[in-house]
Design a protein around this ligand. Structure first.
Ligand code: NAD
Length: 443
C-alpha cells in the first residue's frame, strides 16, 4: 500500500521503517531539511536499536523515501500518518500547532480520498479539530473531497521501538466510519498474524487510551518513589518491598522500580496534558497532580543526597556522572533526571564529568561548550579525580563495574545511585559509601 508519514522523529521514522520492511511503499515527509538530507545519505538522526539497518535497507530497496516536499507526500499515500510532535504549550496543554499544520497541508494538496491517521499523542477532541481544519481548507479550495480521520495512538517504547512496532501488543484504532477499518486491517495485517491485536473503538476513547496508558505507568513509578521515600525514613529496603509486592500477580513485577524520577518525551508531558484537559472541563485530577508532584520532587533526590553528604562544601567538587539519557538504549535526554542533577550541581559550583553510551552528542547539543561539563570517552575516564560517582541511567554496562579500579580512580569511594544498580551490603564490604533510592535500612 502507498503510505505517507508526516514527521520522522522517534515515532514516524520507526513506523515508516517497519511499514516499508513488510513491503508497503512509504514516503516520509519532514520540515527539517537537515534530517531529510541526513537520512538520504544513510545517516540516522536518532539512536534506536535495529533502526539504522532497517532504514538503510529499505531506502536502498526503494520502499522508503524521504522528502521535505509536502505536496509530493500528500500525492503519494492513500493513507497519511500524522506523527509530528505535540510538545507542551505554555500552560502544559498539548500544543497542536504541528498536527493542525499537517492536517491543513493534506487538505491543501489532496485530489482524492485520504485516510488521515493521527499517530501523535493528542488530547480527546483533536480528531474533530483535524476534521474541521481539513474541511475549512477544502472549502477554501472549493473542493468537495471526502476523507476519514482515524485515531491510532502509538505505544512504542524508546529503546525497543523497532521490536514494539514489529510485534505490537495492541493496535488501537478509533474511528467513526467502519469503512475506514478495512484498509487499515490490510495495512497492519503483517503485524497482526499471530492473533488479532486490533482493538477497535470510537475516536475519543482511542485518544484517551493513550493518555490513560502513560498516566497509569507514570503513576506506578511515582507510587514506588513515594514508597521508596517512606522506606528510607522507616529504615526499610524498597528493593525487598518491591519483590514482596511484585509477587502478587495483581501487582506484578513490571514497572515498579524506584529511581530518580521518570523523564522522556512522553510521561511528563502526557501527565501534564491530561491534567490540563481535566481542568479545562472543570474536573480536579488529584491523583495525576500528585503523580507529577512526586516525580518533580524525586528528580531532586540525588542532589539532596549530595547536599546531605557534603553540606555546603560542593563548590569546586567534581562529580562523575554515568548516564545522561532518560533511560537506557536511547540517546533521548528530554526531561531526563540527569539534567536536573547537572543543573543543580552547576548552580552549586560543581563540575560534572559525564559519560553515556549514546547521549553524548545530545548533551553537547543541549549544553554546548561549558567549563563545568566535561564529556568523557569512557565510564572509567569519567571517574578520574572525581569526588563521587552519580548514576542517573541504568545502562547494562554500568551494572558490573570494576569496583577496585573505581576505588583507585575516585578521590573517595562514594556513589550516589539513582537507579539502585548495586547491592548495598557488597559495596559497604568493599569500603564504599553508597546512597541509593529507598534503601534506608542499609545506608
Ligand atoms: P519528534 O520530536 O522526535 O519528531 C517529530 C518530527 O515532526 C520532527 O522531525 C519535526 O521536524 C517533524 N515535523 C514538525 N512539523 C512538521 C510538519 N508540518 N511536517 C512534517 N514534519 C513535521 O517526536 P516523537 O518523539 O516522534 O513524537 C511524535 C508524537 O508521537 C508525539 O505526539 C509523541 O507524544 C508521540 N509518541 C512518542 C513516543 C516516543 O517514545 N517518542 C511514543 C509514543 C507516542
Amino acid at each position: 500500500m502507498k503510505v505517507t508519514v508526516f514527521g520522522i522523529g522517534y515515532v514516524g521514522l520507526v513506523q515508516a521503517a517497519v511499514l516499508a520492511e513488510v513491503g508497503h511503499d512509504v514516503m516520509c515527509v519532514d520540515i527539517d531539511e537537515n534530517k531529510v538530507n541526513a537520512l538520504k545519505k544513510g545517516n540516522i538522526p536518532i539512536f534506536e536499536p535495529g533502526l539504522a539497518p532497517l532504514v538503510q535497507k529499505n531506502y536502498e530497496a526503494g520502499n522508503l523515501h524521504f522528502t521535505t516536499n509536502a505536496k509530493t507526500g500528500v500525492e503519494h499515500g492513500s493513507i497519511q500518518f500524522i506523527a509530528v510532535g505535540t510538545p507542551p504549550d505554555e500552560d502544559g496543554s498539548a500544543d497542536l500547532k504541528y498536527v493542525t499544520a499537517v492536517a491543513r497541508t493534506i487538505a491543501e494538496y489532496m485530489i482524492e480520498h485520504k485516510i488521515v491517521i493521527d499517530k501523535s499523542t493528542v488530547p480527546v477532541g483533536t480528531a474533530d479539530k483535524v476534521r474541521d481544519v481539513m474541511a475549512a481548507e477544502l472549502r477554501q479550495r472549493g473542493c468537495q473531497l471526502s476523507f476519514d480521520v482515524v485515531s491510532n495512538p502509538e505505544f512504542l517504547k524508546e529503546g525497543a521501538a523497532v521490536a514494539d512496532c514489529m510485534r505490537p501488543e495492541r493496535i488501537v484504532l478509533g474511528t467513526d466510519n467502519s469503512a475506514a477499518i478495512e484498509p487499515l486491517r490490510e495495512l497492519y495485517e503483517p503485524f497482526n498474524r499471530n492473533h488479532d491485536r486490533m482493538i477497535l473503538m470510537d475516536i475519543r476513547s482511542a485518544e484517551l487510551t493513550k493518555y490513560a496508558a502513560n498516566c497509569m505507568l507514570a503513576t506506578k513509578i511515582s507510587f514506588m518513589n513515594e514508597m521508596a521515600n517512606l522506606a528510607e525514613l522507616l529504615g526499610a529496603d524498597i528493593e525487598k518491598v518491591r519483590q514482596g509486592i511484585g509477587s502478587d500477580p495483581r501487582i506484578g513485577y513490571h514497572f515498579i522500580y524506584p529511581g530518580s524520577g521518570y523523564g522522556g518525551s512522553c510521561f511528563p508531558k502526557d501527565v501534564q496534558a491530561l491534567i490540563r484537559t481535566a481542568e479545562h472541563i472543570g474536573y480536579q485530577p488529584k491523583l495525576l497532580q500528585a503523580v507529577e508532584q512526586v516525580n518533580n520532587q524525586q528528580k531532586h533526590k540525588l542532589a539532596q543526597f549530595i547536599q546531605q553528604h557534603f553540606g555546603n562544601d560542593i563548590q569546586g567538587k567534581i562529580f562523575a556522572l554515568w548516564g545522561l539519557a532518560f533511560k537506557p538504549n536511547t540517546d533521548d535526554m528530554r526531561e531526563a533526571s540527569s539534567r536536573v542533577l547537572m543543573e543543580t550541581l552547576w548552580q552549586l559550583g560543581a563540575t560534572v564529568q559525564a559519560y553515556d553510551p549514546e547521549a553524548m552528542s545530545e548533551a553537547q547539543r543541549i549544553y554546548g561548550q561549558r567549563a563545568d561539563l566535561r564529556l568523557m570517552g569512557t565510564k572509567e575516564a569519567a571517574l578520574q579525580d572525581a569526588d563521587a560517582l552519580v548514576i542517573c541511567t541504568e545502562w547494562q554496562n554500568f551494572r558490573v563495574p570494576d569496583f577496585d579500579l573505581m576505588k583507585k580512580t575516585l578521590k573517595q569511594p562514594l556513589i550516589f545511585d539513582g537507579r539502585n544498580l548495586f547491592d548495598p551490603d557488597r559495596l559497604y564490604a568493599r569500603g564504599f559509601t553508597y546512597y541509593a533510592i529507598g534503601r534506608g535500612a542499609s545506608v
